[in-house]
Write a protein that binds this ligand. Structure first.
Ligand SMILES: [Mn+2]
Length: 344
């Protein structure tokens, strides 16, 4: 620590951006969850956490949003061996289920029902693990962030935080609504994270931003549940084409949120040129600067960020670092703005 040079070359020490802090001394601990069991379209997000940490070594520590950002004590927690093993074991089982259903089979068929249960049992182990690790570090006074993995992974964190923060809302940036009760038989699918957050916690509000790929059931639920504010990508861009500013739209989005905010950032909420290898890319989406501006305004509004996740970042099959580079920059902003929100 005494020899750390914030202007120097980052050392690959396993920590985010090569920062010199241990988890004991950190203010923010990041839990990598390399899990892509229920991914329906294209796996690869289980490699996301390691790729983000590797790419983060390229980032400069200076941040215009946070003075002396290198002093923001961030540490990466160990990855659970059990989760890695379960991911390896269950991914082929889930693929069998997905293929079976894609060929016209039913979820209740004897041939596949047991396999769906096997995946769901694995998801329960995942949720318990994330919840237990979260509890331990929250009890030690840390802020916890999850690095996915697919978007099913932060449920344990969201549940623990919702227990502690009784005035908590979720700001959800995503191409998808993730409001399906279950998907392909999987109750803890990547497509169900916000359904589960609403069902299993008493969060005050959910604001969904940049949504552009959803089914009838999801839009019906969003219309029915007064806790949900649903901003489609189409609405947001149309209103800008008609002359409204992004600044004004951000104010409106933020006004829906209570004083304590959890941020769930699916990288596919951004334009796919920023995440070409993510599990389910969709045209449209926010620019990097729009998302950053929204998060900055959230903090300036006086709201406190109590936790966050960044999910669905996947490196390219050709070893392309671009997705992880963008992901690392989003994660840097999430960490630094979270710390800023606790200073004001
Ligand atoms: Mn998602």
């Amino acid at each position: 620590m005494s020899s750390f040079d914030p202007n120097g070359v980052a050392v690959a020490n396993g920590n985010f951006m090569g920062l010199p802090y241990t988890s004991s001394e950190a203010q923010i601990v990041l839990l990598p969850v390399p899990w892509d069991v229920t991914t329906s379209y294209r796996p690869g997000t289980s490699s996301g956490p390691a790729a983000i940490i590797e790419a983060s070594l390229q980032l400069d520590l200076y941040d215009t949003d946070l003075a002396d950002a290198w002093r923001n004590k961030i540490a990466v927690l160990e990855t659970s061996e059990r989760i890695m093993q379960l991911n390896t074991t269950l991914r082929p089982v889930a693929e069998e289920v997905i293929d079976y259903l894609a060929n016209g089979g039913e979820e209740t068929d004897d041939a596949i029902y047991g396999k769906i249960q096997e995946v769901n049992n694995g998801s329960a182990v995942l949720n318990d693990t994330v919840s237990n690790v979260t509890t331990e570090w929250l009890n030690r006074g840390k802020i916890v962030g999850v690095i996915g993995g697919e978007h099913s992974v932060p449920l344990g964190l969201i549940m623990e935080l919702a227990r502690r923060y009784t005035n908590m809302g979720i700001l959800h940036i995503d191409a998808h609504a993730d409001l399906r009760e279950a998907y392909e038989g999987f109750t803890c699918s990547h497509a169900s994270i916000m359904f589960n957050a609403l069902k299993r916690t008493s969060i005050k509000h959910l604001v969904q931003v940049s949504v552009r790929d959803f089914c009838q059931d999801e839009i019906d639920l969003a219309g029915k549940d007064p806790r949900i504010s649903f901003y489609t990508d189409n609405q947001l861009t149309s209103r800008q084409f008609e002359g409204e500013t992004w600044d004004r739209l951000c104010d409106e989005i933020i006004s829906k949120l209570p004083s304590e905010v959890y941020i769930s950032f699916d990288i596919d909420g951004l334009s796919p040129d920023l995440c070409p290898n993510t599990g389910t890319p969709v045209p449209g989406g926010l620019t990097f600067r729009q998302s950053e501006y929204l998060l900055r305004k959230l903090v300036r509004s006086g709201r406190k960020i109590v936790g966050f996740d960044l999910c669905e970042v996947a490196p390219g099959p050709d070893g392309s670092e671009w997705d992880a580079n963008v992901g690392a920059r989003v994660l840097q902003k999430l960490c630094n703005l979270t710390t800023l929100s606790h200073q004001v």
